[in-house]
Design a protein around this ligand. Structure first.
Ligand SMILES: CC(C)(COP(=O)(O)OP(=O)(O)OC[C@H]1O[C@@H](n2cnc3c(N)ncnc32)[C@H](O)[C@@H]1OP(=O)(O)O)[C@@H](O)C(=O)NCCC(=O)NCCS
Length: 222
């Protein structure tokens, strides 16, 4: 029975792989860019490096099947990224590689820019929504309530740290994820745009993931 637990350093490679396998509007992004390490190095690994205490996974024994990752203070994270993540990233990925023929809308040049210039994370609503998150589940885990429970686990961890609300940016093409966020009560932020939706939610009324409000069943060993 899969269960939600805090992230451990040993989960790092599996987390990176889940990121890759869900990064193309929710589907497999393997081979979309010239280097499969790029997506995890922008959208997953900096988070667990910076704030491992705000990362939670769904694991079945040693197998990690999904995760939610977040940072409490996006502005502080941007400063950390500039100092501690961007230099190594730029050294590993100095320029886009050979075209893969997949022609993604979010180009490899833009992805590399995202890895070196985290200022893109400084949205207008940061004062009210200082935290942000990413969530990804392997297909085999989807549709069983773990996404909702992971979000609630992170919301509760943020609330316990005094963070009032959390936001996320997403690919407008990911209609399944959008339906999920809408169902959970996320709302569009004022600076949200149809092509790049920005959604937010308060941390305060998250259900207890082990409790009746979410159907129970997933023990969280924090
Ligand atoms: C999007 C994702 C996180 C949702 O997690 P999940 O575990 O599949 O969703 P849950 O089972 O917890 O669903 C929670 C609620 O959202 C609804 N929901 C989830 N996916 C939905 C979909 N595709 N369409 C309509 N409703 C959906 C469920 O019906 C459920 O409603 P209920 O609790 O009222 O019964 C997960 O499917 C996933 O990781 N997808 C691939 C990666 C991805 O797209 N990540 C997000 C990037 S922005």
């Amino acid at each position: 029975m899969p269960e939600i637990r805090p992230y451990r350093t040993a989960d790092r490679d599996q987390l990176a792989r889940i990121c890759l396998l869900t990064a193309a509007a929710g589907g497999d992004a393997t081979g979309v860019y010239s280097d499969d390490a790029l997506m995890p190095e922008v959208f997953a690994l900096p988070y667990v490096e910076y704030a491992p205490e705000l990362a939670f996974v769904v694991a079945d024994g040693d197998r990690v099947l999904g995760y939610v990752i977040g940072v409490a203070d996006t502005a502080a994270f941007v400063e950390w990224w500039k100092q501690n993540w961007a230099p190594g990233f730029a050294a590993r990925h100095p320029s886009p590689g050979e075209p893969t023929g997949r022609d993604p809308e979010f180009t490899e040049a833009q992805l590399i820019e995202a890895g070196t210039a985290p200022e893109r994370l400084l949205i207008d609503e940061l004062a009210e929504y200082p935290a942000h998150l990413h969530i990804d589940l392997l297909p085999e885990l989807q549709g069983q309530g773990f996404g909702r429970r992971l979000i609630d686990t992170l919301r509760r961890a943020l609330a316990a740290r005094g963070v009032p609300a959390v936001h996320l940016g997403m690919d407008a093409a990911n209609t399944g994820a959008r339906a999920f966020y809408d169902r959970l009560g996320f709302h569009e932020l004022p600076s949200s745009r149809p092509g790049s939706p920005l959604l937010g939610i308060a941390t305060s009324d998250a259900a207890d993931p082990g409790g009746a409000a979410t159907g129970g069943g997933a023990a969280v060993s924090e």
